[in-house]
Ligand binder design. Structure first.
Ligand code: BG6
Length: 510
């Protein structure tokens, strides 16, 4: 039977009744369906151990779509058509019988469809199930076609370098590397995907994108929410493993990578791995000076009361887990020699915002004294990944008038003003890429391992040190004070979008 990538797909979600499937995966498949991106013939199986009737499952998924889908409540007739393709599949992830029955179902679909469809196996499960699922998929030859069958794995990819290597070995025992899609949803965000276009489709930016012109780079992923009900997981992870090891290092890769030879997945992935390989290993002294950790105490965020991290559900009242990290890294290659990269992430911060800030060097010889140029802030390119989705270039201009007065102004590109088209959710883009077999935006085994290598010295140093006095920052702040001090020697501070800064000084002109 031929494989028709465009025409047919069997999609199996292990953990089909879990939170991720409910909030993200099924709404993403639904939006792909209503926008015509799913193959004509497809079936989605939600595998879960609980007993549940088909109708109840549908009701549950519909509620998820109505609550979380970016396109709002489902349209009745579209939902009905979509629901015909979705099935609840009761089964234990560790039992042979589940895979025997799955195999029968998928083979039957292929027969009816008269084509061997693509198969996507999504592991939306706790890490302990990865091994039995892989073993049984392989035993029952469910993913035996290496060009058409793919598995999708969610983070965490191990809990350190050693376990990540073990996980990679386990997966490659059962599947080819080409079949393994390690998902980091940050790489599916529209603005992150656009970053490569921005850099490599324009000559203006790329020609100044190196140490001759760039003073430093800041990458912030801040959240105003706390850990909520995820205390159990978060206690083991902390901000370093939950965010820095994956999302922030991925953003670093896209910001700092060399231009790839082509858009081929391996060409892109090779360049990203090169960035991580070039990160200067952090010494004990660097970690003591340049890696800041924090934990939120009790307070308020956006007018709402917030419990201290140690009082969150399933959190040890004496927990030493960090909910904030900021750090300074260097990339030892030609392009980035001497340019510090500052990374910062945390929960319960003043606002939810993800930004990449490229701060340029000052002009080599300044003609304008402080009377003419009261605000001599440097040129900055601020890329807001979320929520604003905009790119702002800050530069200096002469104010209209007979006397020479110079002020910073901004040039904006915003998605809101530039496009009418709705922006897809990260999961929509990434799931479609899996169906189409494009792994460029997914992490290869070596990339995951290199990312672990970057954070390993920090994990080891923290294991030996007594943690700082936690809690050490208030909810609604920007983390511990020492995080500001980290960037101060650079003669600057953490940057936000101009709305928050320049507008206050009424300098912003529109
Ligand atoms: C997840 C982390 O990977 O990313 C969460 O586990 C975090 O702790 C989330 O809240 C942030 O993602 P987003 O898309 O909301 O910025």
């Amino acid at each position: 039977m031929s494989t028709n990538k465009k025409e047919a797909a069997n999609i199996v979600i292990f953990g089909g009744k879990g939170d991720l499937a409910w909030r993200k995966l099924v709404p993403a498949f639904y939006n792909l369906f209503i926008n015509g991106y799913l193959p004509k013939k497809f079936a989605i199986y939600g595998v879960h151990y609980e007993k549940m009737g088909e109708k109840d499952y549908e009701k549950h998924l519909l509620e998820g779509i109505n609550t979380f889908s970016r396109s709002g409540k489902a349209n009745k007739s579209e939902w009905k058509k979509f629901a015909e393709h979705v099935f609840y599949f009761e089964g234990d992830f560790t039992a042979d019988d589940t895979y025997r029955r799955l195999s029968e179902n998928l083979n039957k679909n292929d027969k009816v469809w008269k084509t061997r469809g693509v198969r996507m196996f999504y592991y939306s499960v706790a890490p302990r199930f990865i091994e039995p699922i892989s073993l049984l998929l392989s035993k029952y030859e469910l993913a035996g076609d290496i060009t058409a069958d793919r598995i999708v794995i969610e983070k965490p990819f191990g809990s350190d370098l050693h376990t990540a290597r073990e996980l990679n070995q386990l997966l490659t025992k059962h599947f080819r590397e080409k079949q393994i899609y390690r998902i980091d949803h940050y790489l599916g965000k529209e603005t992150v995907q656009n970053l490569m276009t921005f850099r490599f489709a324009n000559i203006v930016y790329e020609s100044i994108w190196h140490h001759n012109y760039i003073e430093h780079v800041q990458i912030t992923v801040a959240e105003s929410i706390g850990v909520g009900g995820r205390g159990n997981y978060y206690e083991q992870a902390g901000a370093l493993k939950d965010m820095i090891q994956n999302h922030l290092l991925q953003l670093l890769c896209v910001t700092a990578m060399e231009p790839p030879v082509s858009l081929d997945e391996e060409d892109i992935r090779n360049k990203k791995v090169d960035v991580l390989k070039a990160v200067r290993p952090l010494t004990k002294a660097d970690i003591a000076k340049n890696v800041i950790r924090g934990q939120y105490g009790e307070g308020t965020v956006n007018g709402k009361k917030q419990a201290a991290y140690r009082n969150e559900k399933n959190v040890n009242p004496k927990s030493g887990t960090e909910t904030f990290v900021s750090l300074k890294l260097f990339i030892d290659n030609w392009r980035w020699q001497g340019v510090p990269f500052y990374l910062r992430t945390g929960k319960c911060l003043d606002k939810t915002t993800s930004l990449i800030v490229i701060q340029f060097k000052p002009v080599p010889h300044n003609l304008f004294d402080s009377k003419i140029m009261a605000d001599s802030r440097p040129n900055q390119l601020i890329i807001s990944i979320q929520p604003e989705m905009e790119t702002t270039l800050l530069f200096h201009a002469k104010e209209p008038g007979v006397r020479l007065q110079i002020r910073p102004v901004e040039m904006d590109f915003t998605y809101k003003e530039s496009y009418d088209t709705p922006v897809p959710e990260a999961y929509e883009t990434l799931l479609l890429e899996v169906l189409e077999g494009d792994a460029a935006m997914f992490m290869r085994a070596d990339q995951v391992e290199e990312a672990w290598k970057v954070v390993t010295p920090i994990m080891e140093a923290w294991k030996k040190e007594t943690p700082p006095r936690f809690p050490n920052y208030e909810p609604g702040s920007w983390g511990p004070r020492s995080s500001e001090a980290l960037i101060k020697p650079q003669g600057c501070s953490w940057t936000l979008l101009p709305e928050n800064e320049i507008a206050k000084n009424t300098i912003r002109k529109k």
